[in-house]
Design a binder for this molecule. Structure first.
Ligand code: NCD
Length: 317
C-alpha cells in the first residue's frame, strides 16, 4: 500500500487499488466487530497499546473526532486530544503551526488535525516528522469523510461505478463535497449538484459538473442524495447574505420530495444535520436514509486507514 508511513491529506492521494484494500480491511473490521465485538486481535505482531494518536482540532467536531478516537481505541491504541483552542497556548498567541510542531515533538505515532484555512499550518503539516491525517481542513478537503461516504454507497448500492450522486445545499463552502467530488469521480460515479445561486461551486474542479435548477429534477435523476449543512460560520468571511427561510422553502428535503426518489436509492449527510432545514424528520426516519450507517462505517474505515498508515498486518489468527 502506497500510504504506509505517509500523511493522508487529500482524497486524490489514493489509487483505486489503495481504496480497494482500505475498504476490504474496513469490511473485515466491521464484520468481525459485529460477530466478536472486537477487532484488536486481527492486528498482527505489534504492541498497539504502545502506540499514541494525537488529535488537534481547532474547529468544532463531534463525529470526526470521536470516530477517530473510537477507531484508535478499538485497535488498542491510546489517544490524546487538544480540541479546545481557548484553553491552549493558541489563546496566548502561539501560531497553529507552532502548536502542531510542538505536539509532533512529543513523538506521537500519528496525528489527526482539523482547522480552518491556514497557509502556515498547511506547510507545517507537510513537514511534520509523523504521518498526519486530515480531519477536515479549510473548505477544500475532508478526505476520510469522502472515504466513509464511498464505503457506505458501495455497501448499500453494491457498486460505485455508474452511481448518480446529487449534492444538495451549500456546495460552495463544503469540504465534504469537494473531497467527495474527487474520490467519487475517480471511482466511476456521476456527480451533480442542486444549490442556491450563491452556494454554487466556483473552483476549477467543479467546471462541467451538472447543476440542477430544481430539487425535484435532481432527486428524480439521483441514486444517492448527499445533503450538506449550511456552513453559516464560513459565510461571514465570504460576505454572503442569506435567508434560512428561503433556503428551507426551496432546498429542504422532506416527505413530498422523497416521493420522486428511487425506492432503492439512499440519502446521506455528513452531519451535523440541522433538522427541518436540510432534512425533515420524515426523511431522517426513512429506510433509505443511511446517516447513522455512515457514522458506524466511519469508525471501521478510519481504523482501516490508521492500520494501513502504521504499516500493520491484519488477518484472521
Ligand atoms: C462536516 C465538516 O466538519 O466538514 N462534518 C463532519 O465532519 N462530519 C460537515 C459540516 O460540519 O457541515
Amino acid at each position: 500500500m502506497s500510504i504506509v508511513g505517509k500523511s493522508f491529506l487529500s482524497s486524490e492521494q489514493l489509487s483505486e487499488k489503495d481504496i480497494d484494500q482500505l475498504f476490504s480491511r474496513a469490511m473485515l473490521f466491521k464484520r468481525e466487530f459485529e460477530s466478536r465485538k472486537r477487532i484488536d486481535h486481527l492486528v498482527k505482531g505489534e504492541a498497539l497499546h504502545q502506540k499514541v494518536m494525537a488529535l488537534v482540532f481547532s474547529e468544532a467536531s463531534t463525529r470526526t473526532r470521536m470516530s477517530f478516537q473510537v477507531a484508535a481505541s478499538r485497535l488498542g491504541m491510546k489517544t490524546v486530544v487538544l480540541d479546545n483552542p481557548s484553553i491552549a497556548s493558541l489563546s496566548k498567541g502561539e501560531s497553529l503551526g507552532d502548536t502542531l510542531r510542538n505536539i509532533a515533538a512529543m513523538l506521537p505515532d500519528v496525528m489527526v488535525v482539523r482547522y480552518n484555512t491556514n497557509l502556515e499550518a498547511d506547510s507545517v503539516v507537510r513537514a511534520l516528522p509523523c504521518p498526519v491525517i486530515s480531519g477536515g481542513i479549510g473548505m477544500f478537503e475532508h478526505p476520510t469523510q469522502a472515504l466513509l461516504d464511498a464505503f457506505t454507497i458501495r455497501e448499500n448500492r453494491q457498486q460505485l461505478r455508474g452511481e448518480k450522486i446529487l449534492f444538495v445545499g451549500d456546495v460552495l463552502h463544503s469540504r465534504v463535497a469537494n473531497s467527495n467530488l474527487m474520490l467519487l469521480r475517480r471511482l466511476g460515479c456521476e456527480v451533480a449538484y442542486c444549490a442556491p445561486a450563491q452556494f454554487e461551486p466556483q473552483t476549477e474542479n467543479w467546471k462541467g459538473v451538472r447543476g440542477f435548477e430544481t430539487l425535484i429534477e435532481g432527486i428524480e435523476w439521483a441514486s444517492v442524495i448527499m445533503g450538506l449543512r449550511v456552513q453559516k460560520e464560513r459565510h461571514q468571511s465570504t460576505g454572503i447574505g442569506f435567508s434560512m427561510a428561503e433556503y428551507r422553502e426551496q432546498f429542504r428535503i422532506g416527505g413530498d420530495q422523497l416521493k420522486n426518489f428511487k425506492d432503492v436509492g439512499i440519502l446521506l449527510h455528513p452531519g451535523p444535520v440541522i433538522r427541518g432545514i436540510e432534512f425533515s424528520a420524515t426523511v431522517l426516519n426513512d429506510k433509505r436514509c443511511k446517516v447513522l450507517d455512515q457514522v458506524t462505517n466511519g469508525v471501521f474505515v478510519r481504523a482501516s486507514l490508521i492500520s494501513l498508515i502504521l504499516g500493520l498486518e491484519v488477518g484472521q489468527a
